[in-house]
Design a protein around this ligand. Structure first.
Ligand SMILES: C[S@@+](CC[C@H](N)C(=O)[O-])C[C@H]1O[C@@H](n2cnc3c(N)ncnc32)[C@H](O)[C@@H]1O
Ligand code: SF4
Length: 426
């Protein structure tokens, strides 16, 4: 472990560990025998009005209307094929992510909701949608609210114009405030605001200023992201004491939100108590159906997706292929999880949450004790003061949670790590 910011582990294994599946299994084969209750429905919208310097998500800018409508046509074709393959299935939660789903116009968002409605009754399940300040217009927000959106998440990053510019996120605070005003006026049960720390020129004072500007809206959730700049994206330079800057801004942000009555859910996520979405989806065990290119799908032993890229020309080529595709009946690239990878995934997904790993739940699922299965990894964390082990739980200490982005990657299996390294070295 060389520093606190090795990587954001929002899913295990990471998409860079996926490889072409040969032969490609049909979706019927992939989903046969799976528990299809309480699935997560995810629709990916790979379009944005700008390409932020820090972002390595699967997205492109400047899509003309022909492309967005061709993308929706392709989504419809894919949705029909996936529904056929799934058969009877129930969904406990849904999300539109990206990119920026609200890059779509209001009528396009209606179409997107219709596609999702073919799987899950959007009026009955929690639905989260990501948006950006320029695209969070009243007409789009109104469609989303009417179609059952329960959580709207907006990327703000910083309330200081110079910092937004430094992060190559050209936006004005006035636009951000106007967007937040529109979101509150249309009305959603949960508003989430994303902020980033570790931007060039950001100081404890300016960070607190952004936090307070966000808190003025009393958002039900706030995500604090440490800035990452990876190869292939616009920003390139690492400051010498960038790690220290990020760690101290993290502590400041965390303590400030806790003092304001927020509870910490994970290193990045904070929420007002009592405002959870009430979803029954359990990320350790339940499956996911992803639609759109860039979207992943999970069964118990296979994670799969379309081809993945970050570089602008490859992203465009993959989207162009997707909109022309007629055949959506197989899983193209993916990773098969054996029993030991499933245990590892359960450990990682649980440990990186503030509530930690429930030892009885792990035992009920795998028939063994997590502390025994991962004794040497866990003792390294305990030696650093990052882990508390009790009879019922394995739980990160506050310092452990601060080092989530070192702990997650340290738990990758050698196989997954090798695949990721080989991808990065291409
Ligand atoms: C899909 S975007 C949110 C919605 C919308 N596209 C926007 O940017 O306003 C996801 C969030 O991930 C965070 N993010 C993405 N790449 C990041 C990076 N390299 N470092 C830190 N945070 C990052 C940003 O806070 C961003 O708001
Ligand atoms: S941060 Fe949001 S708006 Fe910026 S490029 Fe990434 S997905 Fe698009």
């Amino acid at each position: 472990m060389t520093g606190p910011y090795q990587g954001y582990v929002y899913a295990y294994p990471h998409k860079t560990a996926y490889r072409p599946l040969t032969p490609e299994p049909t979706l019927e084969q992939v989903w046969e025998g799976e528990d299809k209750n309480a699935l997560f429905l995810y629709l990916h919208v790979p379009f944005c009005e700008m390409r932020c310097g820090f972002c390595n998500l699967f997205t492109r800018t400047g899509a003309p209307e022909e492309l967005t409508s061709a993308y929706l046509d392709a989504l419809e074709r894919q949705a029909a094929r996936v529904r056929d393959a799934l058969g009877e299935a129930t969904f406990s939660t849904a999300a539109f992510g990206g990119g920026t789903p609200t890059y779509f116009t209001a009528p396009e968002l209606e179409r997107l909701c219709d596609i999702a409605d073919g799987f899950a009754d959007l009026a009955a399940v929690p639905l989260g949608v990501e948006t950006s300040p320029a695209t969070a217009t009243t007409d789009r927000l109104t469609v989303l609210a009417e179609r059952g959106t329960t959580r709207i998440s907006i990327g703000v990053q910083s309330f200081i114009d110079a910092e937004a510019r430094a992060a190559v996120r050209p936006q004005k605070r006035a636009e951000v405030e106007a967007a937040l005003d529109r979101i509150r006026a249309v009305g959603f049960p949960t508003l989430n605001i994303d902020l980033i720390y570790g931007i060039d020129g950001q100081t404890p004072v300016t960070w607190l200023h952004s936090l307070d500007a966000a808190l003025a809206w009393r958002p039900e959730e706030i995500y604090l992201y440490p800035l990452y700049v990876r190869p292939l994206t616009g920003l390139g330079k690492l400051g010498r004491d960038w790690d220290d800057q990020r760690l101290s801004l993290y502590r400041l942000g965390r303590d400030h939100l806790l003092a304001q009555g927020y509870e910490q859910v994970s290193m990045r996520m904070f929420r007002l108590p009592g405002t959870g979405t009430g979803t029954e989806y359990c990320c350790q065990t339940d499956g996911m159906v992803g639609l759109g290119c860039g979207a992943r799908s999970y069964t118990g032993d296979l994670h799969y997706s379309f081809e993945y890229a970050v570089g602008a020309s490859q992203v465009r080529a993959i989207i162009d292929d997707y909109v022309q595709a007629r055949e959506f009946g197989t899983a193209r690239v993916g990773f098969r999880l054996d029993e030991s990878e499933r245990r590892r995934r359960h450990l990682i997904q649980s440990l990186l949450q503030n509530e930690g790993l429930d030892r009885a739940a792990y035992k009920a699922r795998f028939g063994s004790d997590a502390a025994a299965d991962f004794a040497s990894d866990l003792s390294a964390f305990a030696d650093r003061g990052w882990l508390n082990e009790t009879a019922s739980a394995l739980r990160l200490t506050p310092e452990g949670l601060a080092h989530s982005d070192a702990i997650g990657p340290a738990l990758f299996s050698p196989d997954v790590q090798n695949l990721m390294n080989a991808y990065e070295a291409r």
